[in-house]
Design a binder for this molecule. Structure first.
Ligand code: OOB
Length: 576
C-alpha cells in the first residue's frame, strides 16, 4: 500500500520569526534560492566552464549553459517520472559531473536532495530513505567493486515510500531491470519549473550529521541560510571566475559542497573539477591538467599529499590554497603544507549543522598553523561553557570548554528528531556542538577535543552507539563498546571491546569485523581492531553510563599492556 508522504516542512524547527527578520535585515538572508544561484551563474558566466570530471559515460566538461540545460532537461524527465515538488530524493553519488546535474535538477523541480556519502551502504541508505520518506534514490551502477543500483533496488523493495531508482549509467544494458537510467530521463530543457519560485525560507535539502547516537541525524537547511554561508564563504576564500576548485573529498560532504566548495564555485562562476579518487596520484594529475587553484582535504589526505610531493613529477604550481578541515590538523603537518606544496594553508573547522570557521588569507602564519579560524558571520554567536555544568556557565576567557553556537546558518533542530533536539540544542536555540575548544584573544577557535560520543576517523565521523548496535546484533555477543584510540595517520581509529555469550565459542575478531561489514554499513565504520574480553576491563569501579564506560575504556585502550595483541586478525582485511 502506498501512503502519502508527509510534507517536507513537518519535523523542522524553524528560526523564530523575529530572528529570521533580523537576519534578513542584516542582509544575510537575501531571498536567493538554489535555482536562483544557478540562474545568476548562467547570466553572468554562461559560457565559462562549470564542471569537469569523468562520469559513467566518460569524461565531461560542461559550461554553465550546458549544466543548466542538463539540469532543466533532467528536472522535466524526473517530473514526468512522478518526482514531485517537496519530494525527498536520496542522492547517493560519487564524484561524477552528473552529481551537479542531478542536484540542480532536483532544485529546479523543487524536490529535496537527501545527501548520502558514496561510502554508505544499504543499511544507511535505507535509514535515510525511511526517515525522510524519500520517493526516489539516484545512484550509479557498479563502481568500486560494489553494485549501487542493486543495493538501491533492495532499499526500494524494503521502503514503501521509494518508488524509483534512477541510475547514472551509460545504457540500460549496464543496470539491473527495475531501475531507470538518468539518460532516459533527459528531456529537451523545459521553460519554467516548480523550483524556480521556491520559497527561500523553506527547506532546500537534508544534509547528514556525523551522528552521536544510534543513527546519523538529518539536517534540514533552508535556501536562505545555506546560500548565505555559501556566498560569504566564497568571499572569505577569495573565489572568482578564475578559481579552479578540486573536489577531492566526497561532493556530498558539507565541506566540499559549501565551504566554499562546489556551490561557492557556482556563485563565483569558477570551475569545479571532480576527482574520482582523493589519492595524490589522481589529484596531482588533475591539478596539473586543469590548473587547479584551490583544493580541500582532510588532515590524513593532506599528510599523504605532502608525502607524495617528493616523488611526483607533476607541476603543482597552480595550486594557491589548500584547505584542511573535518578533523584537527596537527601543527606539525600544518607547518609543512606551505613550504612543501607551495600552497597557502587554510584551516576550516565546520559542521553540517551550520557554523563554519576559516583562517583568513591575511592572518599571520602562526594563526593559520595553530588555530582553526574564526566564524564566517559577525552574527555567529559563540559560547564556550564549562563541560558538564548543568547551568552551562561560560568558562573564563581563554579556557577550554564546550562550544555552543547559534547564528544565521546554524540549524535550530534536526529533522524529525524531537527527542534528540531536546538535548542537542539549548532552550534558547544554541546548538551543542560537542566540541571542546578555547578562544584566542582575537576570537580564533582552537579545537582541543570533544565531549560527544563520536569518533573522528580522519574526518569521517562514527557514532560509537551505531557500531555497537551492529555488533550487538551478532548472536554470540552480549555486549560491545567502541572507543577511539590515537592513530598517527588518521588522528583516531576505532577499537571495539566485545563480550561474548558465556559458554559459547567466542567469535573471532575478523569474523566480527566481517559481520559488521556484511550488515551493509560504510567501510569506515567497521572497527579497526576488535578485542574479545570476558568483561569490560575498566568496569570495576561501577560505571553508571555508557559514556563513563567508554571514557574509561578509551583510557584503557590508550595504555596497551605489554605483550598485549588486541587483534591478531586486524590486518587480515583492511576496513577501507
Ligand atoms: C565537517 O562537518 P561534519 O558535520 O562532518 O563534522 C563536524 C565535526 C565538528 O563538530 C568537529 O568535531 C569536527 O567535525 N571538525 C573538526 C574540524 N572540522 C570539523 N575538528 C577539528 N578541527 C577541524 N578543522 O567536518 C566540516 C563541515 C564543513 C567544513 C569543514 C568541515
Amino acid at each position: 500500500m502506498t501512503t502519502t508522504a508527509r510534507p517536507a516542512e513537518e519535523g523542522v524547527v524553524p528560526y523564530p520569526p523575529e530572528v529570521a527578520e533580523r537576519y534578513r535585515a542584516a542582509g544575510y538572508w537575501t531571498g536567493q534560492t538554489f535555482a536562483g544561484l544557478l540562474d545568476a551563474a548562467v547570466a553572468a558566466h554562461g559560457t565559462r566552464t562549470a564542471v569537469v570530471g569523468t562520469g559513467p559515460s566518460g569524461p565531461q566538461r560542461w559550461t554553465y549553459d550546458e549544466l543548466d540545460a542538463r539540469a532543466r532537461g533532467l528536472a522535466a524527465g524526473l517530473g514526468e517520472l512522478g518526482v514531485a515538488p517537496g519530494d525527498r530524493v536520496v542522492v547517493w553519488l560519487p564524484n561524477v559531473p552528473e552529481y551537479l546535474e542531478v542536484v540542480f535538477a532536483l532544485f529546479r523541480l523543487g524536490a529535496l536532495p537527501v545527501f548520502a556519502l558514496p561510502a554508505h551502504r544499504a543499511s544507511e541508505i535505507r535509514y535515510f530513505a525511511e526517515h525522510a520518506e524519500a520517493t526516489a534514490i539516484v545512484t550509479v551502477g557498479r563502481r568500486d567493486r560494489f553494485d549501487h543500483a542493486a543495493a538501491a533496488l533492495e532499499v526500494a523493495g524494503a521502503v514503501d515510500a521509494v518508488r524509483h531508482v534512477v541510475v547514472a549509467a551509460p545504457s540500460a544494458g549496464d543496470v539491473p531491470s527495475g531501475v531507470v537510467t538518468l539518460g532516459s530521463l533527459r528531456r529537451t530543457p523545459a521553460g519554467a519549473l516548480p523550483g524556480d519560485d521556491a520559497d527561500p525560507s523553506s527547506i532546500a535539502f537534508l544534509q547528514l550529521s556525523g551522528g552521536t547516537t544510534g543513527l546519523p541525524k538529518l539536517i534540514p537547511r533552508t535556501h536562505d541560510d545555506y546560500l548565505y554561508s555559501v556566498r560569504a564563504s566564497a568571499e572569505i576564500c577569495g573565489l572568482g571566475p578564475d578559481t579552479v576548485y578540486l573536489a577531492a573529498l566526497p561532493a556530498a560532504h558539507n565541506f566540499t559542497m559549501s565551504s566554499p566548495g562546489l556551490l561557492g564555485v557556482v556563485h563565483a562562476g569558477g570551475t569545479s573539477v571532480l576527482a574520482p579518487s582523493p589519492d595524490a596520484d589522481t589529484c596531482f594529475g588533475l591539478i596539473e591538467a586543469e590548473g587547479v587553484t584551490l583544493a580541500a582535504v582532510v588532515p590524513p589526505l593532506a599528510a599523504a599529499w605532502v608525502q607524495a610531493t617528493s616523488s611526483t613529477s607533476r607541476d603543482l604550481s597552480s595550486l594557491q590554497e589548500l584547505q584542511v578541515g573535518g578533523a584537527k590538523c596537527a601543527a606539525e603537518l600544518a607547518r609543512k603544507i606551505g613550504p612543501v606544496l607551495g600552497a597557502r594553508l587554510q584551516q576550516v573547522f565546520g559542521m553540517a549543522e551550520g557554523l563554519v570557521n576559516y583562517t583568513r588569507a591575511d592572518d599571520p602564519d602562526d594563526i593559520v598553523v595553530e588555530t582553526q579560524g574564526r566564524p564566517i558571520s559577525p552574527d555567529d554567536e559563540i559560547r564556550v561553557v564549562v563541560p558538564d555544568d548543568p547551568e552551562e556557565r561560560d568558562v573564563a576567557p581563554g579556557e577550554v570548554g564546550a562550544l555552543l553556537t547559534r547564528g544565521p546558518y546554524t540549524i535550530r533542530g534536526y529533522y524529525r528528531a524531537e527527542e534528540h533536539n531536546a538535548t542537542a540544542f539549548t532552550a534558547d536555540g544554541f546548538y551543542r556542538t560537542g566540541d571542546l575548544v578555547r578562544l584566542d584573544p582575537a576570537g580564533n577557535i582552537i579545537v582541543s577535543g570533544r565531549v560527544k560520543e563520536q569518533i573522528n576517523r580522519g574526518g569521517e565521523k562514527i557514532a560509537a552507539e551505531e557500531v555497537e548496535n551492529h555488533l550487538l546484533a551478532h548472536p554470540d555477543v552480549v555486549d560491545a563498546a567502541i572507543v577511539g584510540v590515537p592513530d598517527d595517520f588518521l588522528g583516531e581509529r576505532t577499537h571495539a571491546y566485545v563480550i561474548p555469550v558465556p559458554g559459547r565459542e567466542p567469535p573471532r575478531p575478523a569474523a566480527l569485523r566481517r559481520f559488521v561489514r556484511d550488515r551493509g554499513v560504510a567501510a569506515y565504520k567497521v572497527p579497526d581492531t576488535v578485542e574479545v574480553v570476558d568483561a569490560f576491563p575498566a568496569t570495576g569501579v561501577g560505571k553508571t553510563s555508557r559514556r563513563a564506560l567508554r571514557a574509561a575504556l578509551a583510557d584503557h585502550a590508550r595504555r596497551p599492556t605489554p605483550g598485549q595483541h588486541p587483534d591478531p586478525d586486524a590486518d587480515e582485511e583492511s576496513p577501507s
